[in-house]
Design a protein around this ligand. Structure first.
Ligand SMILES: [Zn+2]
Length: 328
């Protein structure tokens, strides 16, 4: 999608939110009228007071006293409506319009410029487009089985149990200032499964998550960097990687090691950690291997900024394959 299409799509989605807010208000009004018939009469009084105020204003005559009385009547009717709503267990503002963004009332504009909700929508569309090209299928916590770790020594099994519970809690309680996670362990121990299960939950919760192998993300960056693919501000890959709510770098350390990838990785880690934006990085490399490959600068940034999780056990994918009957 080109930049102007992103803008048009973001504007259309925000306009839809505004329409939706109006529709939902109408539905609430209809339901309350049916449930609490006395609100119909209060509403009639409110409307008639408003109409009279309008008529007086249009007549151009000076009827200040009459106006004040009408305004008082309308205020009382409004208060009565709120009292009735509260008495029936609803919030006082239940029948008001409830916009998604209270800064711009779902217009996408605030003080003549794009509102932050518009920028967020642009970011979401960019992340969605990026994720559409990802080969990794999303996973779920429900399909993660601790059974494969049961043969491990007791402490290691407990460690895996703890990792599973921590990841689940991380997904459920995630906020924009959540900590970053560094998952370390050999291939096939469930790092990708748990990372992508977190991604599933967060996408359902409406967060912008970008997830892919470090190799793919860096290749994409490189293609843009060297001009083979058009890049545009706000929706270019680097901006998306820096701005999304959670960035998942899968298989960190399997990308080609070049000057470009090294400096791109440093920019991404540094940019996100400095802005306090969370990442999940999972890698088959050991602490030592990361040190040798990326050097002190990246290693110290990584280990100082992430909660470490050491995965243990036997290759789960291999165990699964062994348990399945061999096809002839
Ligand atoms: Zn807004």
């Amino acid at each position: 999608m080109h930049q102007q299409d992103f803008y048009a799509q973001a504007a259309a989605n925000i306009a839809k939110r505004r329409q939706q807010a109006r529709l939902q208000q109408e539905q609430r009004i209809d339901a309350i009228r049916a449930e609490i018939p006395e609100t119909v009469e209060i509403d009639r009084q409110l409307r008639s007071a408003c109409q009279s105020v309008l008529q007086i204003a249009q007549s151009g005559r000076d009827r200040a006293a009459e106006l004040a009385a009408l305004q008082q009547r309308s205020l009382e009717a409004q208060q009565m409506l709120e009292q009735v709503l509260v008495a029936h267990g609803y919030p006082a503002d239940y029948l008001d319009l409830h916009y998604t963004c209270t800064i711009c009332n779902d217009t996408g504009l605030h003080q003549g410029v794009h509102c932050q909700c518009f920028q967020r929508e642009l970011g979401r569309l960019g992340a969605e487009q990026l994720n559409a090209q990802v080969q990794l299928p999303l996973t779920r916590f429900e399909t993660f089985s601790l059974e494969y770790y049961q043969k491990l020594p007791k402490e290691q099994f407990a460690a895996m149990q703890h990792i599973f519970v921590t990841c689940k809690k991380y997904a459920e309680e995630f906020t924009l200032t959540a900590p970053s996670l560094l998952m370390i362990g050999k291939t096939g121990l469930g790092k990708t499964h748990l990372s992508l299960a977190i991604a599933s939950v967060l996408l359902e919760r409406g967060f912008h998550v970008i997830y892919d192998s470090a190799g793919n993300l860096l290749r994409r960056l490189e293609r843009e960097q060297f001009g083979r693919e058009p890049a545009s501000s706000h929706t270019d890959t680097m901006s998306l990687l820096l701005d999304c709510d959670l960035l998942i770098f899968d298989d960190f350390g399997t990308e080609f090691d070049t000057n470009f990838t090294r400096s791109a990785i440093y920019s991404i880690l540094n940019g996100r950690f400095s802005a306090g934006k969370p990442m999940i990085i999972n890698t088959n490399l050991t602490h030592e291997e990361i040190q040798n490959r990326y050097g002190d600068r990246i290693v110290s940034r990584l280990f100082a900024s992430c909660i470490g999780m050491a995965f243990c056990g036997e290759d789960v994918r291999l165990q699964k394959r062994l348990q399945q009957p061999t096809k002839l």
